[in-house]
Design a protein around this ligand. Structure first.
Ligand code: XUL
Ligand code: CO
Length: 431
């Protein structure tokens, strides 16, 4: 046991009336919603990078957080893992996620980095034994080190492509070994700064081949988890190839991967792309590729990826509505890809950030479940499209069919109310 979280109690469900800081008011893991425990609906995960590896920097200032495990040695990497599992236990978290870079010190070369990584992965495996915490997903950090500055799979230099592929192999191996339920690819540097030096077609083809190689390898080693791509329109690259769900779907189709790869959709990335979170979720669901979510928001004034913990029940309710309507998570879950603010120095800030976010998500989930059960929104939606139940013959007939239909009926279609305000009022009854 480290003493990092000393004096912080295990957080338990105490009900909406509780005024304790270290208590869940809405997240009751065992509460049943539609025949499924709340914990199994939400499948919360702590993100290793923001919670344990981020030093508190912003573009104008460096480290603000002082952590006893900061440094480059294997002993400190093990201490970081010890503290991580202490946080999981305090929160009762069922899952975590990591990049290779978050858990191991960088070596002098690929071989040493890989040795460090494998050693820590085994250490984490031992820590998982005997706890309830599992791995939601693993991923490779192909964006922080300067070797990736011009891209990983989309780098003009094939040596960097190879290095990236070799790194991803080690990360899929680790995810497989730890029983991970998904493997994520977020293309932080898979884009460009200027078209003047960029062969866009070649880069896109290389990204397609890279993802095919990932899928081939998954099948080769028998990894049963889901491969997920996480869209984001920009930042750090000026333009990123995985712009949004629609763009990634087109990309998957081009490279024959639409039945192999799903989406990890992040709230803040959806907003950066000019969409709402629920738009991205609904579109992915309609395409059959909704996999998992990163539940972290951005500041609406800064217009940048501030990775804050969620705190708006109405927003998360509409997100979980789309997820439940799609049948709920299978291998996916709710990853808090979120960091505390750089002034939040204390260990308890890290705990309370998760407690609040879990409660917000629990309230949103309960509202979404009730909205779906009562059917008011879906009944109205079905009624709005009811005419299509008898329109097949017209469609089969093409333009002529439509012409004949209009001539035979001889009427002008009457516009009908979209009832937006009534539907918004319905939502507000639940949130
Ligand atoms: C970056 C981001 C990443 C991915 C994993 O904006 O969201 O943390 O989730 O690489
Ligand atoms: Co993310």
């Amino acid at each position: 046991m480290s003493d990092f979280f000393k004096d912080i109690p295990q957080v338990t469900y105490q009900g909406p009336e509780s005024d304790a800081d270290f208590a869940y008011r809405h997240y009751d893991p065992d509460e049943m919603l539609g025949g499924k425990r709340m914990e199994d609906h939400l499948r919360f995960a702590v993100a290793w990078w923001h919670s344990f590896a981020w030093p508190g920097g912003d573009p104008f200032g460096g480290q603000t957080l002082d952590r006893p495990w900061f440094g480059d040695t294997m002993d400190l990497a093990r201490l970081k893992a010890d503290v991580a599992f202490e946080l999981f236990a305090i929160l009762g978290q069922p899952y975590f996620c990591f990049h290779d870079f978050d858990i191991r010190p960088e070596g002098n070369d690929f071989a040493e980095s890989t040795r460090n990584f494998e050693e820590i992965v085994d250490y984490i495996g031992q820590k998982m034994d005997g706890t309830k915490t599992k791995l939601l997903w693993g991923t490779a950090n192909l964006f922080t080190h300067r070797r990736f500055m011009s891209g990983a799979a989309t780098n003009p230099d094939p040596e960097v492509f190879a290095y990236s592929a070799a790194t991803v192999k080690t990360c899929i191996d680790a995810t497989h070994k730890l029983g991970g339920e998904n493997y994520v690819l977020w293309g932080g540097r898979e884009g460009y700064e200027t078209l003047l030096n960029t062969d866009l077609k070649r880069e896109r083809d290389n990204a397609g081949r890279f993802l095919q190689m990932v899928v081939e390898y998954k099948h080769k080693i028998g990894f049963k988890g889901t491969i997920l791509v996480e869209p984001k329109p920009q930042e750090p690259s000026k333009h990123q190839y995985d712009f949004d769900v629609a763009t990634v779907y087109g990309f998957l189709k081009d490279y024959g991967l639409e039945n192999e790869v799903k989406m990890n959709i992040e709230q803040g990335h959806a907003i950066l792309a000019g969409h709402s979170f629920e738009h991205e979720l609904a579109l992915a669901a309609s395409l059959g590729i909704l996999g998992s979510i990163d539940m972290n928001r951005n500041d609406y004034q800064s217009g940048w990826d501030t990775d804050q913990f969620p705190n708006s029940v109405p927003e998360v309710a509409l997100a979980y509505y789309e997820i439940l309507k799609d049948g709920g998570f299978t291998t996916g879950g709710t990853n808090f890809d979120a960091k505390i603010r750089r002034q939040s120095l204390d260990p308890e800030d890290l705990v309370l950030a998760h407690v609040g976010a879990m409660d917000v998500c629990a309230r949103g989930l309960k509202a979404a479940h009730a909205m779906l059960e009562d059917g008011a929104l879906e009944d109205a939606r079905a009624a709005r499209y009811a005419g299509w139940n008898t329109a097949q013959a017209m469609l089969d007939g093409g333009l002529d069919g439509c012409f004949d239909h209009v001539m035979a009926n001889g009427t002008n279609p009457e516009p009908k109310s979209g009832q937006q305000e009534r539907l918004e009022n319905i939502v507000n009854r639940y949130v």
